[in-house]
Design a protein around this ligand. Structure first.
Ligand SMILES: Nc1ncnc2c1ncn2[C@@H]1O[C@H](COP(=O)(O)OP(=O)(O)OP(=O)(O)O)[C@@H](O)[C@H]1O
Length: 320
């Protein structure tokens, strides 16, 4: 488990990370989401002992990284995949790291196979694509067969096949009971890979949520009834939030004798079955009861009901 407690980092007048606390549990993929410059890399560097916090503490399995006796066996990290000597082959690069970590010699062949680089392992990495660099970085992180993986934007700049490979790889690692902590500025990517998501913006923690719960709590249901005013009162009494009435969903309702301005409700906080039961128990007819599909961004906005969190930047699918 990774624990971050009231951690902060100031660079002169710049506050990169501001009093952030969270835990990252084993067995699940935890996404670390935030727009560019939010403080993700700085937080990861502090966890890895590469930057000293201005205040607060970060630990991995209850020890600070500096106190971990065999770091490569406990923690594997990918920070900057391209920060390697490009004149070397992938195999030589991994052998060198393997020796530095005092790890068993057969491990290099094993990790090359795991990241599917065996066929190109004896080529100089200068000719590698970004995706190959990322895989090599992951191979290096895996050398010590660590319990904890910390990956900074491993999908950045990858094509869809490369992104899928990383996603499957992370899920696999988590299914083996490891702690997987991965940063991204792409909400869509996190939606597909993370079980838990920690959101940071301008150095501050914005949310720490279970992705499934987030979707459940943000799920909305479109409800149409000829007695929508009564239904609205009933649902609000039972804890629903009526986000807005939609006139566009009511096109054509005039012919059914409904007032188009008031007949459709967008209901949050109650599922479709419960809404149906309540309406039936109160003899209110329903003309529509449709659960809406939502994406992570919408769910997140519904949760926070704030729009000043830089989520537009998070939605940017472009490369940094
Ligand atoms: N060594 C440094 N010196 C001064 N400022 C820094 C340093 N490292 C980071 N910062 C600043 O701290 C803030 C957070 O940067 P950080 O790289 O942690 O963000 P990030 O979320 O990882 O963003 P990105 O996705 O762009 O890497 C930024 O304003 C950045 O300019």
């Amino acid at each position: 488990m990774i624990s971050v407690a009231k951690i902060a980092k100031h660079y002169g007048g710049t506050t990169a990370v501001d009093d952030v606390s969270f835990d990252v549990q084993p067995g699940v993929v935890t996404g670390f989401l935030g727009p560019n410059g939010a403080g993700k890399t700085t937080t990861m560097r502090m966890i890895l002992g590469l930057d000293r916090p201005t205040s607060g503490v970060a630990t991995i399995n209850n020890r600070s990284y500096a106190d971990v006796p065999a770091p490569m066996r406990e923690v594997g990290a990918l920070l900057d995949a391209k920060a390697i000597q490009t004149g070397r082959t992938a195999r030589d690069h991994l052998r060198w790291l393997n020796r530095a970590g005092n790890l068993p010699s057969g491990r290099v062949t094993e990790v090359l196979k795991m990241v599917e680089l065996s066929d190109v392992a004896d080529r100089r990495v200068a000719g590698y694509s970004l995706g190959m660099f990322q895989r090599l970085g992951i191979a290096a992180a895996l050398l010590g067969d660590p319990e904890t993986l910390i990956l900074d934007e491993p999908s950045n700049g990858l094509d869809p096949a490369g992104m899928r490979w990383i996603r499957d790889f992370m899920k696999d690692m988590a299914a083996q009971g490891r702690t997987v902590f991965v940063s991204s500025h792409l909400m869509g990517e996190m939606q597909q890979s993370a079980d838990q998501v920690i959101v940071i913006n301008r150095g501050r923690l914005v949310a720490d949520v279970d992705v499934e719960q987030l979707f459940t709590s943000a799920a909305q249901v479109i409800v149409q009834s000829p007695r929508s005013d009564e239904l609205r009162v009933l649902l609000v009494d039972h804890g629903a939030k009526i986000h807005q009435t939609t006139s566009e969903a009511t096109v054509g309702n005039e012919s059914q004798g409904m007032d188009p301005a008031h007949s459709a409700l967008r209901v949050a906080g109650l599922g479709a079955p419960r809404i149906g039961e309540l309406a039936a128990a109160n003899r209110i007819p329903l003309y529509e009861l449709t659960p809406e599909q939502t994406d992570l961004e919408t769910a997140f906005l519904a949760l926070t009901e704030q729009e000043t969190l830089g989520v537009e930047a998070l939605h940017d699918r472009g490369e940094r």
